[in-house]
Ligand binder design. Structure first.
Ligand SMILES: [Fe+2]
Ligand SMILES: [Fe+2]
Length: 374
C-alpha cells in the first residue's frame, strides 16, 4: 500500500481528505487497469481437508448458493418517497437541525432529494466494493498456496459475481442509475490489488473491506423498510459472514510465523485501510452536487459529537474484534490498539469475532442474529 506515515498525518484534516479525492477522479473512465504484481501458484498437494476449518467453510458455501435472478422479489415497486431512504436518524438530526450545518440552507424538497441521492450513492459504493471483492478473490484463487483455500475462494468468486449482479440490478432498475466509485474507495481497492503479498489481499479485502461491509449491510438491513433491499441485503450478508470468516481463519495461520516487523506492516496497512474507508463515507461528491462546500461539510461531519456517530462507529463492529482475534491489536507495542482508540472504535474489541458467529448469518437462522449491535 502507498503508505502515508501514519504517525505523521492529521487524520481529521479536511484538506488532506479532499486532496486525495481530487487527485483520483476521472469521470470518463470505463475500464480501469491495476497491476496486480503477483505470482499465480500451482500446488501439487491436492489433499482436501488438511485445513479442516476452511474445508468446512467450502462445503457450507456449496450448500448455500442462491440465485440472484430468481430468489429475490424483483417485482417489488421501489418508491423512495414512500420508503424513507434515511438510514441514520442521528446524522439526519445533526445535518438538518444544527444551526452550524452547511446544509441548513436547503429547503424541504432539497433535503428529500439529498437523502435520495445519498442513498443511491451509498448503494453504488457497495456495488463497486463488491466488484473489488470479485477481483480480489479471483486473485486469491491464484496466489494462495493451499488447496482448501483455493477451493473456498473459488466459491467466493461466484458469490461476489452474484453480489455485483444484484446491487447493479437494484441500482439500475429501481433507482435509475449509479454513481461512480468514490476516490478513497478506489484508491483503497487499487492498493489492495496492487500489493504483491498474498496475505495483504486477505487483510485488505476479507478483514477490512468485507468486515466493514458486513456491519454496514447489517445496519441498513435493520433500518430500511424497503422489502426488496431488505431481502437482498439479508441474502448478501449470509455470504459475507463466510467471507470474513475465511479471512480470519486463513490469516491466523499465516501470522503465526511472522516477525514483529512483518506484523507491524500489517497493523499499518489495516489502519490505512480503516482511514480510507472512514473518508469514503464522507461522500464529498454528493455535497458538491447540491452546491454545498465539500470542505466545510467534511469538517462539519468530522466534528460530529462522538455520541451521535453511532453509524460511523458501528462500521467497525466487525473489523475490531477480527483484528483482535488475529493478534493485530496488541502485537508489538499495541500500535493498532492506540490508533483504534484515537478514532473512537476500540469499544468493539470484545464483540464476537466472525469465526465464532458466521453461522448465525445463515439464511434459515433468523434476522435477529444479523443486527450489528447486540
Ligand atoms: Fe460481496
Ligand atoms: Fe464478500
Amino acid at each position: 500500500m502507498t503508505m502515508t506515515d501514519p504517525n505523521a498525518i492529521d487524520v481529521n484534516d479536511p484538506d488532506r481528505i479532499l486532496d486525495i479525492a481530487r487527485a483520483n477522479v476521472d469521470p470518463d473512465e470505463v475500464v480501469h487497469a491495476v497491476t496486480d504484481n503477483a505470482d499465480a501458484l500451482f500446488t501439487w498437494d491436492y489433499g482436501k481437508g488438511q485445513r479442516a476449518a476452511l474445508d468446512k467453510l467450502y462445503e457450507k458455501a456449496k450448500r448455500s448458493q442462491w440465485n440472484g435472478s430468481t430468489d429475490l422479489p424483483w417485482e417489488t415497486e421501489v418508491d423512495l418517497e414512500k420508503y424513507e431512504p434515511t438510514v441514520d436518524p442521528l446524522e439526519y438530526e445533526y445535518f438538518f437541525e444544527n444551526p452550524e450545518s452547511p446544509l441548513v440552507k436547503l429547503n424541504d424538497a432539497e433535503r428529500k432529494q439529498l437523502d435520495i441521492e445519498s442513498f443511491k450513492w451509498s448503494l453504488s459504493q457497495f456495488m463497486h466494493g463488491e466488484q473489488g471483492a470479485l477481483l480480489c478473490t479471483a486473485k486469491i484463487v491464484e496466489t494462495v498456496p493451499w488447496i482448501d483455500a483455493k477451493y473456498y475462494a473459488a466459491t467466493q468468486v461466484v458469490d461476489e459475481a452474484r453480489h455485483v449482479e444484484v446491487f447493479s440490478r437494484y441500482i439500475n432498475e429501481k433507482l435509475d442509475g449509479q454513481y461512480g466509485i468514490n476516490p478513497h474507495l478506489r484508491l483503497l481497492l487499487d492498493d489492495i490489488i496492487n500489493d504483491s503479498r498474498w496475505d495483504m489481499t486477505y487483510l485488505g479485502m476479507q478483514i477490512m473491506v468485507e468486515g466493514l461491509a458486513l456491519a454496514a449491510f447489517g445496519f441498513v438491513h435493520g433500518t430500511t423498510n424497503e422489502p426488496l433491499l431488505k431481502q437482498l441485503l439479508r441474502y448478501v450478508m449470509a455470504d459475507e459472514a463466510r467471507h470474513v470468516a475465511f479471512g480470519v481463519l486463513s490469516l491466523q495461520e499465516v501470522y503465526e510465523s511472522f516477525s514483529h516487523a512483518e506484523i507491524r506492516e500489517r497493523q499499518e496497512f489495516a489502519f490505512d485501510a480503516a482511514l480510507r474507508m472512514r473518508d469514503r463515507f464522507l461522500r464529498q461528491e454528493v455535497w458538491e452536487q447540491f452546491g454545498v462546500d465539500p470542505k466545510e461539510m467534511v469538517k462539519f461531519q468530522l466534528e460530529m459529537p462522538w455520541e451521535m456517530k453511532v453509524f460511523q462507529r458501528l462500521l467497525f463492529a466487525k473489523i475490531v474484534p477480527n483484528c483482535r482475534k488475529l493478534g493485530l491489536l496488541d502485537a508489538g507495542d499495541g500500535w493498532l490498539r492506540d490508533r483504534f482508540t484515537e478514532i473512537g472504535v476500540i469499544e468493539f474489541e470484545h464483540y464476537e469475532d466472525t469465526t465464532e458467529e458466521y453461522e448465525n448469518f445463515d439464511l434459515g437462522a433468523g434476522d435477529e442474529n444479523v443486527m450489528v449491535a447486540h
